[in-house]
Ligand binder design. Sequence first.
Ligand SMILES: Cc1cc2nc3c(=O)[nH]c(=O)nc-3n(C[C@H](O)[C@H](O)[C@H](O)COP(=O)(O)OP(=O)(O)OC[C@H]3O[C@@H](n4cnc5c(N)ncnc54)[C@H](O)[C@@H]3O)c2cc1C
Length: 418
Amino acid sequence: MNNSQVVIIGAGASGMMSAIAAAQKGASVVILEKKERPGRKIRITGKGRCNITNTKPWAHFSTHLHPNQKFLRPAFYSFSNDHTINFFEEIGVKCVVERGDRVFPQSGSATTVVDALQAKMASLGVEQHYNTPVLKVGSSNNRVDSVVTRSHTYNPGALIIATGGLSYPLTGSTGDGYKFAKSLGHSIVECWPSLTALMPKNYSTELEGVTLKNIELSLFIVKDMVQLERGDIDFTNNGIEGSLGFRVSRKAVKALINGNSCYLVINLKPAVSDSNLESRITKEIKELSSNSTTALLRKFMPKQLISTFIRDNNLPESLLNIRESYKFVIELRESLKHWKIEIVSYTSYERAVITAGGISLNEVYPKTMRSRLIENLFLSGEVLDLDGDTGGYNLQIAFSTGFRAGEEAAAYLSLKEA
Ligand SMILES: Cc1cc2nc3c(=O)[nH]c(=O)nc-3n(C[C@H](O)[C@H](O)[C@H](O)COP(=O)(O)OP(=O)(O)OC[C@H]3O[C@@H](n4cnc5c(N)ncnc54)[C@H](O)[C@@H]3O)c2cc1C
C-alpha cells in the first residue's frame, strides 16, 4: 500500500515523459508497461528514424491538430516543440531539422530516443515494470483507489493513463485506456483509424511503387469538396498513402464509416495554367510519331499510371482521327487536372499511424490534463481525442500532454501531503 505514488499506465512516448516530469518534481513514480520493453511504437516511428517534433510556431503547428486545436495550447506552451528539442539534446539525443520543419535524432535511429528516455527515467529513480499489463482500475468517492496487475494491486496517489490508441496493436496499444477511462465514468468519442492508406475502386497493382510529387489532392464527400492539399502521394500495395494521402484519410475514413461515398480528385499539373497545359498537349501531339495515347501520356506521367488513367478518364486508346481535335485537348487537360478516384475502403488499425477519437476532451482540464470527473486521474497522449497530421505533431502531443500530466500529478500529490 503506497498511496503517495504517481502510477503511470503505459511506457510509450507520453507515459515516459510523464514519468520523467513527475520524478523531476520529486514524486515517487511507478510505470507499468504491458510489453517486454518501453516505447515499442516509438521504435517504428518515422520509418525507424523517429520524427520527434516539428519546429513550426504555434500558429502554424496548431493547424495540424484535430479536432480541437485550442485544447493543446496550454500544454504546448508549457512543453513546446523547442522544449522537446532542448530536452532531448540535454539527455544526449542530438537533433536535426529536415524538410517540412520535421525534427529527427541526428543518429537516424528511433532507438536512441527510447534508450535516452529509459535511461533518464532510471536516473530519476522511476520504478519500471515491464511485462506488466494493467488489468483493471478501480475507484471510490471520485478517486482512483486501485490499479490491478497480475501480481500486484497498486493504490495510487495519482494515476496517469497513457495507454495510447488502437493503431499498430502489436506495439501494445490495444485500447485498454478507453476501457479504464470508461469504467471511471469518462465518455469516449468513437474511434477510427487515421493517417492510413485509402483503397481506390478497382485498384491496379501496376500503380504500386509510384510516387507523385507536388500534386494537388482534393477530397470530396458525397458531392462536396471538404479538403484541398498540395504535396506528395505514394501508391502502395495498400492503396494511396504518403503525406497527402494520410492527411485526407482522417475525413475520408470517417465518411466511409458513416456510409457516405468519397472520392479524391488529383490535379497532376497544379502549377500549370489551363492554357499553358493545352499548348503543351497540342505541341506533344504534333511531335508524336504514333497515334498511341499511351505514348502521348508518357510525356505527362509515370508509365505505370497510364492504363489506369486511361480507364478512369474514359480516354481513347488511339489518337487516330482525333489528333487535330481541340475537343480532345480540352478533354485531356481536364483529365490531367481532375483525375477522379473513388475510394472504397481503407487500411484499419493494424497499419494506421494514429487513432482518431478517444477520451472526450470536454472531461479533461487542458491546463493540467487532470480529469474533470476523477480527482486523482490524469490522461495523456493518443488515448485522448486529439491527433495530428504526419510531421512530428503526434509525438509532440504525447510529449506536451505527458509532461503536463506528470508535473501536475506530482503537484497534486505534494498538495495532498502538505
Ligand atoms: C508506424 C508509425 C509511425 C509513426 N511515426 C510518427 C512520427 O514519426 N512522428 C510522430 O509525431 N508520430 C508518429 N507516429 C504516432 C506516434 O507514434 C503516437 O502518436 C505516439 O507514440 C503516441 O504515444 P502514446 O504514449 O500516447 O501511446 P503509445 O506510444 O501507443 O504508448 C502506449 C503504451 O501503453 C502500453 N499499454 C497499453 N495498455 C496497457 C495496459 N493495459 N497495461 C500496461 N501498459 C499498457 C502500450 O504497450 C504502449 O507501450 C507514428 C505511429 C506509427 C504507428
